[in-house]
Design a protein around this ligand. Sequence first.
Ligand SMILES: Nc1nc2c(ncn2[C@@H]2O[C@H](COP(=O)(O)OP(=O)(O)OP(=O)(O)O)[C@@H](O)[C@H]2O)c(=O)[nH]1
Ligand SMILES: [Mg+2]
Ligand SMILES: [Zn+2]
Length: 287
Amino acid sequence: MEGRIVALQCGIYSVLTNGELLSVPARGAFRNKHIKPVVGDLIELNDTKDVIVEVKERVSFLKRPTIANLDQMIIVHSLVEPEFSYHLLFKYLTYANQNGIKAKIVLTKLDKADKNLVKEIKEVFNKLNVETYFVSNKKGEGIEEVKKIFANHISCLLGQSGVGKSSLLNSIDSNFNRCVGEYSKALGRGKHKTKEVILIPYENGLIADTPGFSSLDLDLFKEDLAQFFPSFNDKYTDCYYSNCLHITENKCAIKDALNRGEIPQIAYDSYLKLSSTASFKNERYKK
Ligand SMILES: Nc1nc2c(ncn2[C@@H]2O[C@H](COP(=O)(O)OP(=O)(O)OP(=O)(O)O)[C@@H](O)[C@H]2O)c(=O)[nH]1
Ligand SMILES: [Mg+2]
Ligand SMILES: [Zn+2]
């Protein structure tokens, strides 16, 4: 019988099968074959429905948070507390592109936000062809619109601790009953309330609540940034040099797009900063 892993705790998998939720282990033989079933996996149970015997081929696989078969990443970021950062958003978007997963952004804490910042963010991401949604989990603003993006998709919420991922789920449906943490002004971040990845059924799809992500969790190399930075994917192949980093090179499609105003300056500046601190993946390019 087929099922889907929706949670994992201490080696025991929660599997959703025909509307029934079962707690089962995985077959020991997986370990010898280096197969580790993860949340999101479609699996096959034995006849007595007490052990996972097969993991189906994955459509996608994300390492952090560990989750299989996603088709969309919802980057949740706060307008305040924790402080809004283009830099982090560009990093998350690069990460999504690199993993071949479509990304949308949900900006939270609209009730506390500066209206000019909201306007600017809309313009920047519009240019980069990334959909943005603005919500207040406190006042319910923007929630109806955001609900629509989850139907029929396997989505994961990704973002720092304290931005309001679990709160957003409660806004979508209060029956989800997700535990909400605190934002600590002293620490400048949330308190890592959500500890495990969990997939929750919603409107013919699934939504994953995930533990708070740290920018330190992301290992981006110069080559990845040059290829997967938001809006670079569909342009970098027109650069004259195949290993173009879009910095000092001539005949660079990215810099041309920047000069034509197709890439926001703020995005390019962020790219330069990220690239300058990243290392090379491929030793060949090191000089
Ligand atoms: N004012 C305001 N506060 C919010 C909003 N959304 C979330 N919060 C608050 O932000 C804090 C953190 O919310 P959580 O939902 O726990 O954040 P999280 O992203 O799930 O955090 P982790 O589980 O630690 O990764 C809580 O105090 C929420 O009440 C919002 O739209 N407006
Ligand atoms: Mg949470
Ligand atoms: Zn270039």
